[in-house]
Design a protein around this ligand. Sequence first.
Ligand SMILES: Cc1cc2nc3c(=O)[nH]c(=O)nc-3n(C[C@H](O)[C@H](O)[C@H](O)COP(=O)(O)OP(=O)(O)OC[C@H]3O[C@@H](n4cnc5c(N)ncnc54)[C@H](O)[C@@H]3O)c2cc1C
Length: 396
Amino acid sequence: MQNYDVLVVGGGPGGSSAARFCARSGLKTLMIEKRPDIGSPVRCGEGLSKEWMKEGELKPDDHWISDEVKGARIYGPSEKVPIMLTAEKAGNEVGYVVERDKFDKDLAAIAASEGADIWVKSPALSVVKEKDRIVGAKVRHNGNMEEVRAKMVIAADGFESEFGRWAGLKSIILAKNDIISCVEYRMMGVDSDADYTDFYLGSVAPAGYIWVFPKGEHQANVGIGVTISAMKDRFDVKNYLDTWIKKHPGYSKGKTIQYITGGVSVSKVKDKFTLPGLLLVGDAARLIDPITGGGIANSYISGKYAATVAREAIDSEDYSQTMMQKYEKMVKDKFQRKHLRNWIAKEKLAKLSDETLDKLVDVVSDVKMRDISVQAILEAILAKYPEMVKELEDLI
Ligand SMILES: Cc1cc2nc3c(=O)[nH]c(=O)nc-3n(C[C@H](O)[C@H](O)[C@H](O)COP(=O)(O)OP(=O)(O)OC[C@H]3O[C@@H](n4cnc5c(N)ncnc54)[C@H](O)[C@@H]3O)c2cc1C
């Protein structure tokens, strides 16, 4: 049996952040990762905003930056004139395009350098409970079953998170319209623009979008996310992407060197993502931005918050639900309002026809990048398509 102050399950950005900040505060910390190689295989568009890094105490590093973009271009179904957004205004996925495997590995290395122990190829297989409190996990490590006991457990096991469910959290289960199924190709020899991250809306990707995230000159991650409630069979998503690529000679001439699939949650912030002794962070807590599908930054920040509350719980020997709710409050204060707004916008956008979307993009593209605001958009719609104000009222 192993004894730690904190056990972190999962070595993605959320786990590495939790492990880093726990270890830094002096807690004896173990992070376990089921895969043999942290960060690999990559399942990500690799878009990353910049503004959260100060709070996350991270410095941008050329080692994992593949491309730095000026902003985003958002195209309507007719793909005429895009909405141009600066990186600051474009949300969670715009700023850098990273090499995610190197990025995740660097985050784990930072956690290790702050003092956290790390076990790779070591999946948690079940929860260890004492009465209603989570006190550890059974872990397969070096071919043996180990019981790892910890005063606090932080589950950062990602979108497919099982740890929370094993522990008894039903509140993290998702509705069909809150799950996006993704396919992405890393493509070489394409006509992407290294200065912009591109998004394509409409029936090309029902209730989702197609993205082109440049990785330097003539290389890009070309991907698609479609809500599973709009899918008839599991090959739909790939078919949508292939159809779009075929229609774009600048991409159909490219060569695919990597094929990725994965899921993201696009829900509101859940009411409950803790139990006595257990905090869920990042994708496991469903903290992905409902409109962009970006979750790296939110995972990292929530990992930091979880470490703060883990420290406080251990200091006061209080592992009650009331103590765990301090973490839920920190997360909700940070994300709840924005995620609710973006969830409502996502639901509304999913129902707009291609024609309406085109008009919306047309109007907003007229507004200068630096002037984009709700008022500016409303005024532009009123001036150009007054009949649309009613339909778009709640979205705006
Ligand atoms: C196709 C796709 C594209 C995306 N594009 C972007 C993007 O461009 N920008 C962005 O910000 N976000 C993007 N995301 C979302 C982003 O990848 C996630 O939000 C982010 O990885 C969440 O970090 P995390 O640490 O919470 O979880 P993860 O990064 O998923 O890490 C969880 C870790 O836990 C490990 N694990 C799971 N179960 C166990 C277990 N039982 N025991 C031990 N270890 C376990 C997993 O192996 C994994 O390493 C994308 C997602 C997908 C699927």
